[in-house]
Ligand binder design. Structure first.
Ligand code: NAP
Length: 279
């Protein structure tokens, strides 16, 4: 019999996860179904209780519940604890176990472009929110050459760097202006802020005047597919990476945790790009 999976967040109306997962189930002849549930902050506890009662087999968690949901789970894996947020929950015989596949999803998508060279790269993470914590944590675990961070609120970046740099990779906490001045130090620049996301597509998280010509610039945003940051970086000769790969990979890793089966990632990407108007 088919199982039920889902997403809890608010809002979820435009989420691409239902079509991405339902299509993957269909391709594998699995009778499962994935549904997006719009859950307000005041209803989060009741929603998790409902998930238990209905024996929903697994679910994703998105904004604004990724941190708050932790207190309603039975167990949280070590990396999700370090990141401080859960985006994937597996129901194992009534026990709800939380994971974070955003960080590993990002790393897997990044490695497709950088390969092992990532170990030799000096990296700047821009932002210090939930996505930054996931990205910074996995890059520390992977052991990049240097790991720097810049944020509008520098104090928040300082906290993040203290809490999430388990391997104690060398790096500095910068303000956005300081990082702009030092930009030619970095081989890989990652925007984890929401600056440049639709509808505010004309905004830049950082000025690229001092960008190295052979740098890689990665933006977690996937709407638009090519943010102003990526457009400007590409014009300067940089290699660019948008957020689609991360979105697909975090979903594929969740799918594997729920079903024990690897989905067709290429097909998942196609479904996402179709929805974003990129095909
Ligand atoms: P968040 O926790 O709200 O963090 C937002 C970050 O953006 C903070 O560092 C904040 O700086 C910074 N910021 C916001 N407005 C700014 C502005 N006007 N100028 C400078 N900095 C600004 O959000 P999040 O959950 O980390 O998500 C961030 C982005 O990542 C979103 O665009 C989201 O769509 C994307 N994302 C993509 C994927 C994917 O699968 N591709 C997955 C997760 C997230 P302060 O600390 O100073 O407030």
């Amino acid at each position: 019999m088919g199982k039920l999976f889902g997403l809890i967040g608010h809002p979820v109306g435009h989420s691409m996860s239902p079509s991405m997962h339902n299509d993957a189930f269909r391709l594998l002849n699995q009778e499962h179904h994935y549904h997006a549930f719009d859950v307000s902050e005041k209803d989060l506890e009741a929603a998790v209780t409902g998930i238990r009662a209905l024996e929903i087999s697994g679910f994703n968690v998105t904004i604004p519940h990724k941190v708050e949901v932790i207190k309603y789970l039975d167990e949280v894996d070590a990396e999700a604890k370090l990141i401080g947020a859960v985006n994937t929950v597996v129901n194992v015989s009534g026990r709800l176990i939380g994971y974070n596949t955003d960080g590993e999803g990002y790393l897997q998508s990044l490695l497709k472009t950088t390969g092992d060279q990532l170990h030799n790269m000096k990296v700047l993470v821009i932002g210090a929110g939930g996505a930054a914590r996931a990205v910074y944590t996995v890059l520390s675990r992977y052991s990049v050459s240097e790991l720097h961070i810049a944020n509008r609120t520098k104090e928040k970046a300082r906290h993040l760097a203290t809490e999430c740099n388990q391997r104690r990779i060398e790096g500095t906490v910068w303000s956005l202006e300081e990082a702009e001045e030092q930009l030619d130090l970095f081989d890989l620049i990652i925007n984890t802020t929401s600056v440049g996301m639709s509808p505010r597509v004309a905004e830049l998280p950082i000025q690229l005047d001092k960008l190295k010509a052979d740098a890689v610039v990665s933006d977690l945003i996937y709407n638009p597919l090519k943010t102003k940051l990526l457009q400007e970086a590409e014009a300067k000769g940089a290699t660019i990476i948008n957020g689609v790969g991360m979105f697909v990979e975090q979903g594929a890793l969740a799918f594997e945790k729920w079903t024990g089966t690897a989905p067709d990632r290429k097909h998942m990407e196609k479904v996402v790009l179709q929805q974003l108007g990129g095909l």
